[in-house]
Design a protein around this ligand. Structure first.
Ligand code: DAK
Length: 261
């Protein structure tokens, strides 16, 4: 895929089959205004439909992943104006991305920034990462999944404290409570995320997408329905060339060569 010119993000290809999107509004701590969100979702969608990409990484700067939605943009908005700005639909588009998305988070991940990281599939954090939902200080509550995803990830007690009283989590707490996969020094957290993405991107692509979809279904449904969903994906994968190749390679004691078909 050719790099596209964006104003608020950067798209890079740091490893084989890995697409990296950097939020790039440094003067506003990567506050997520409408144009940035539009570009972000366009870029993620383009990478998602590119067969040469197997896994995505989303990052900000070392100082700030993102300090939330753009308060200046929202401050005077009416509910109708928020709807007209396509505000909600832009955020919903992240749920449609089928390839794994790894957030590489350093510095502030506040409000919508925290929610954006939570909406990704995995999080690699730097030692300086701070996760918080400070919307209560603005007279509102999280609106992009914070009350739901934090509660599922951390349990009710801590989610309540974070959302009702702006309790922030350090990187160490975030890994202790299972919010992030691991913590790395500022110098290497992004490379760790890229390495993880490259490892996943080298695996059987159809199975990787099916695995993401099945795990996400665990948050949407009962156990019985989720187990049935998983089983259907399992059976369906036997229609892929990669299943035949993977099992033949194992039995032939060689490495598989995935085609993504
Ligand atoms: N919006 C706009 N500008 C921001 C910003 C933000 N969220 N965060 C920082 N900035 C700007 C500051 O205004 C300042 O700009 P200048 O004055 O230099 O022009 C610049 O970034 C540097 O900020 P500070 O001077 O404040 O720097 P400090 O180091 O002192 O503090 C900080 C850094 C990140 C702790 C602080 O800036 C801060 O507390 N920022 C606000 C954090 C916050 O409250 N975030 C939550 C916002 S509400 C939804 C989708 C999303 C959302 C809701 C609904 N739907 C789909 C329905 C999300 C809502 C939110 O995120």
């Amino acid at each position: 895929m050719q790099p596209t010119a964006y104003e608020n993000i950067l798209v890079e290809f740091p490893a084989a089959r890995v697409g990296l999107v950097r939020l790039n509004r440094p003067r506003a701590y990567n506050a997520l205004n409408g144009p940035l969100m539009q570009e972000l979702m366009d870029a993620l969608t383009a990478l998602d439909s590119d067969d040469e990409i197997g896994c995505l990484v989303l990052t900000g700067s070392d100082k700030a992943f993102a300090a939330g939605a753009d308060i200046a943009e929202m401050a005077e908005a009416t509910p109708v104006e928020l709807a007209q700005m396509n505000f909600i639909h832009r955020w919903e588009r992240l749920r449609e991305i089928k390839k794994p998305v790894i957030a590489a988070v350093s510095g502030y991940a506040l409000g919508g920034g925290c929610e954006l990281a939570l909406a990704c599939d995995m999080i690699i954090a730097s030692e300086t990462a701070v996760f918080g939902q400070p919307e209560i200080n603005l007279g509102v509550i999280p609106g992009a999944g914070g009350t739901q995803r934090l509660t599922r990830a951390l349990g009710k007690a801590l989610a309540m404290e974070m959302v009702l009283n702006d309790r922030r989590l350090s990187a160490g707490e975030a890994v202790q409570f299972g919010l992030v996969n691991r913590v790395a020094p500022v110098e290497s957290y992004l490379q760790e995320a890229i390495d993880l993405a490259a490892a996943i991107a080298a695996r059987a692509p159809v199975a990787v997408r099916a695995a993401k979809d099945a795990i996400n279904m665990a948050f949407e449904t009962s156990l019985a329905a989720g187990l049935a969903y998983e089983r259907n994906h399992f059976y369906a994968l036997f229609s892929t060339e990669d299943q035949k190749e993977g099992m033949a390679a194992f039995l032939g004691k060689r490495s598989p060569a995935w085609t993504g078909r």
